[in-house]
Design a protein around this ligand. Structure first.
Ligand code: AP5
Ligand code: ZN
Length: 217
């Protein structure tokens, strides 16, 4: 199954994507995690995008689409994947449709995580992210690590993302409304969107998301 997860920054996309990907046995592809891995490894791509991420802007489509296409072409993504943070505007959504069409494929479902803005701000303010792998995230209140400041999964140091500062979060939210929300209508016209009320404990949101997916077979 080829699934797109959409929702404002801090909605819980990464948290749900990791759980859903495991349940559905498809890779979790997060463009944010891919950019952050390039940044922490100091690759040329990482150097190119670092300041854009820190400031909460969007990386140009050309770079993002090429990186996502490369990841989706890996063997583990042949039969499906869960996209988290991509596409992020209409241009990327159309580019994705074009890429998939080349292989005779299409998006099967779009899950739109709906969370009130005050909650998004709370979730981001308390988020702590693993330096070794940014898909490992915790929360000071909602999902405490066993040892303070240390990732439960890999032992990496937990830190607050540069773009999680309040002012930058406001900018990311504005970009979300202006650039990303329109893709929900784009997919809605194709009958692909399920809205998932996501102001609930993590396992409950996972249950709702699984229930909303088209049944296979
Ligand atoms: P990206 O990493 O995609 O950031 P984002 O979309 O802003 O999403 P977040 O990672 O902030 O939040 P999330 O929804 O995954 O929430 P999480 O699960 O962590 O992108 C970062 C940057 O990369 C962009 O700004 C841009 O510069 C660049 N970029 C990426 N993709 C791009 C693209 N396609 N085009 C151009 N540029 C791109 O949860 C948040 C917190 O809440 C955590 O602490 C978690 O523990 C907690 N939590 C989660 N669920 C719950 C729950 N149900 N109850 C209580 N707490 C919860
Ligand atoms: Zn970790």
């Amino acid at each position: 199954m080829r699934i797109v997860l959409v929702g404002p920054p801090g909605a819980g996309k990464g948290t749900q994507a990791a759980l859903l990907a495991e349940r559905l046995a498809v890779p979790h592809i997060s463009t944010g995690d891919l950019f952050r891995a390039n940044i922490s490894q100091g690759t040329p791509l990482g150097k190119q995008v670092r300041s854009i991420l820190d400031e909460g802007g969007l990386v140009p489509d050309e770079i993002t689409v090429a990186m996502a296409a490369d990841r989706m072409a890996q063997p583990d993504a042949e039969d499906g994947f869960l996209l988290d943070g991509f596409p992020r505007n209409i241009g990327q959504a159309k580019a994705l449709d074009g890429l998939l069409a080349e292989g005779g494929h299409k998006i099967d479902a779009v899950l739109d995580l709906e969370v009130p803005e005050e909650e998004v701000v709370r979730r981001i303010a308390g988020r702590r992210t693993c330096r070794k792998d940014s898909s490992h995230t915790f929360h000071l209140e909602y999902r405490k690590p066993r040892v303070e400041g240390v990732c439960d999964v890999c032992g990496g140091e937990l830190y607050q993302r540069e773009d999680d500062r309040e002012e930058t979060v406001r900018k990311r939210l504005a970009i979300y409304h202006a650039e990303t929300e329109p893709i929900i209508d784009y997919y809605r016209e194709q009958g692909l969107v399920s809205t998932i009320p996501a102001l609930a404990p993590v396992p409950e949101v996972t249950r709702r998301a699984l229930e909303a997916l088209p049944h296979r077979g």
